[in-house]
Ligand binder design. Structure first.
Ligand code: G6P
Length: 612
């Protein structure tokens, strides 16, 4: 996690670095720092604990630091507590090398010992300080160039990193090195930029380079040069980023999360639009011809967090429509458990960022086993997108709030497309139903807009729930999958302890936690399971629970059982998650708001988890 930025050009670097960091703060926000050097090569470092605002204040919005070349960092602590001392940039003993780092150096203890043995001292608890000093060590040992020194260090370092480094003897230059952590570089109008993600540099250029694993970039005089591990220069193609800068701004909303909730209809329309041809779908552009879809024997979906919850929805939808066995795995488990994959099994990796360390490792594991891999990814050019055999890009645009909303919705549409087209290719559904399903998908954005038009009741409910200690989300089938996401939204931004349960499983333990006033939120969109879930709700009510029901218009009988009901429009029940999730996102948002919490940047979390 952590965000890094770099700049070299003619303008003052500090304000540009701070501006870039403000776009990356979602990646980590327990401390921040910048290093800027002036024409004489003197390096000035300023760090501050806490949010970026503290650093901005300390540097008078960057005006206090003079210099046209610099690097910056916003931290999400891994090694060492959040403190000014542990904040980046880190400096070698004599100030020769200064660097910022995102990632984890796994063998940092061993490297630290080696450096201590060679006379180095350490002032922080970070692995980054070790990496910076290791580069300094090799720079001095072999008397080579910065590229040589970084190369030597990269060979010794185990782990993941995106680093930006400056060398005292190379004023006006920033060096970049990468392994398994996101980083992009851009050059425009005689200036060069580097950042953990595109949102930080969109304002300056949309034409960027993706640096590969174990590669080095050199930013100098408005141009970027790339080198491989042998130190040989390598050519790279520029890639155009289609997101515009405005997409990464709040556009009048109080929080990014609210803006992104409202962007869901657009995210769905665009994602669907990328594979829609008239009244049919065509997945050939994402690498799945009808022939290929027919050959798949099984599907294994691997993901983390909300993307995993999309996988749980997909399991129900694909199995029901296409009649292909699907299993869903948490990437952090999949990567270490030596999974068995069938010859014709398709491994689907779902990831907004395309950089989640566990999902990337799972993809590599699947590929090493010879499996065909298909990624559903939002960030263009991200590691997962580049390494998977085929990619279906969700068109959600940049998502900034840590709690995902529009990327989740776009992922849902992508898996529906997979399910529906697969069902058709394998002749599991009639043509008329296929057309109906496609049509129904096109109607989802309008129905979400309808939900968004009237949020008053949800705000009222949220205000009343701000003090609850526990919440349980229950559902069956797809409603259970929706509950998983609703519960995650609630806990991550409102800090209310919340659990999602398959309603039928409650009585095997969890029901003992239900007491007077416990909030139980039931999702009821699957008509075949309606009566079953109502009995589970009654079981909770008879033990004192306050019952909140989320169901479709028409199910008015539910008011006999619940204390409060929210209705969503009807759709084909396979697609119910797309509508039912919206009130749950709003509920979590309003609870967080009424508790006065930081909606967009909840404590301890980061949006892009690029470490294990
Ligand atoms: C973090 C985010 C979640 C996200 C998960 C997986 O935990 O806070 O919103 O679902 O990572 O991220 P990915 O980028 O792989 O979808």
């Amino acid at each position: 996690m952590c965000g890094i930025v770099g700049y070299t050009g003619q303008r003052q670097a500090a304000p540009i670095l701070l501006d870039g960091l403000s776009k990356l703060e979602y990646r980590g926000y327990d401390s921040a720092g910048i290093a800027v050097r002036d024409g004489n090569g003197e390096i000035e470092i300023v760090k501050a604990k806490g949010r970026l605002a503290a650093l901005s204040e300390k540097t008078d919005c960057g005006r206090a630091l003079a210099g046209t070349c610099g690097i910056g960092h916003t931290r999400w602590a891994t090694h060492g507590e959040p403190s000014e001392n542990n904040a980046h940039p880190h400096l070698s003993d004599d100030g020769n090398v200064v660097g910022v780092h995102n990632g984890i150096i796994e063998n940092y203890q061993e490297l630290r010992e080696k450096l201590l043995h060679n006379g180095y001292h350490f002032y922080s608890d970070t692995d980054t300080e070790v990496a910076v000093k290791l580069i300094d060590y090799y720079y001095k040992k072999y008397l080579g160039t910065p590229v040589d020194a970084i190369n030597h260090a990269m060979v010794r370092i185990r782990g993941s990193y995106a680093m930006a480094i400056m060398f005292k003897e190379y004023p006006g230059e920033v060096f970049a090195a990468r392994k398994d952590c996101p980083m992009i570089l851009g050059a425009a109008d005689g200036e060069c930029y580097l950042a953990s993600d595109a949102t930080a540099i969109l304002k300056y250029t949309r034409s960027v380079y993706y640096i590969g694993d174990l590669e080095i970039g050199r930013l100098k005089d408005g141009a970027v040069t790339f080198y491989n591990l042998d130190g040989d220069e390598i050519e790279k193609e520029k890639v155009e980023i289609l997101w515009d800068e405005e997409a990464a701004e709040k556009a009048g909303y109080e929080h990014f999360m609210m803006k992104e909730i409202h962007e869901q209809p657009r995210a769905i329309t665009d994602t669907l639009g990328s594979v829609l041809e008239g009244d049919s779908l065509n997945l050939e552009g994402v690498g799945l011809t009808d022939e290929a879809l027919k050959e798949i024997s099984d599907i294994c979906i691997v993901a983390c967090g909300s993307a995993y919850h999309v996988g749980v929805v997909a399991q129900y939808v694909i199995e029901d429509l296409a009649k292909v066995p699907v299993r869903v795995e948490l990437a952090s488990e999949f990567r270490y458990r030596k999974p068995l994959l069938k010859e014709k099994e398709l491994v689907v990796i779902i990831s907004q960022s395309g950089e989640t360390a566990d999902s990337l490792a799972a993809l590599r594991e699947a590929k090493s086993m010879g499996a065909k891999t298909f990624a559903i990814v939002n960030v263009v050019g991200s590691s997962i997108a580049r390494e998977a055999d085929h990619v279906f890009y969700t068109m959600a645009g940049p998502e900034i709030a840590v709690a995902t909303t529009k990327a989740y919705s776009a992922q849902l549409i992508a898996v529906y497309c997979l399910a529906v087209q697969m069902a058709k290719a394998r002749a599991q559904i009639m043509d008329a139903y296929y057309k109906e399903l496609v049509k129904e998908m096109t109607l989802l954005p309008g129905k979400i807009n309808k939900i968004l038009e009237d949020t008053g009741r949800l705000q009222w409910l949220a205000a009343r729930q701000a003090n609850v200690k526990d919440a349980f989300f229950i559902g069956r089938g797809i409603d259970y999958a929706i509950s998983l996401e609703g519960s995650l939204k609630m806990k991550e931004i409102s800090y209310i302890h919340s659990e999602a349960y398959a309603a039928g499983e409650l009585k095997h333990g969890t029901i003992s936690l239900i007491e007077n006033g416990t909030l139980v939120i039931s999702v009821i969109t699957q008509s075949g399971l309606y009566e079953k879930i109502v009995s589970n709700m009654v079981e909770c009510k008879s033990r004192g629970a306050q019952l909140f029901g989320l169901t479709t218009y028409g199910n008015y009988n539910i008011e006999d059982t619940t204390d409060f009901v929210i209705y969503v429009p009807k759709t084909d029940e396979h697609f119910a998650a797309s509508l039912a999730v919206v009130p749950l996102q709003l509920l979590a948002y309003y609870v967080s708001l009424s508790k006065g919490l930081d909606v967009d940047k909840p404590r301890n979390l980061a949006k892009s988890v690029t470490v294990e």
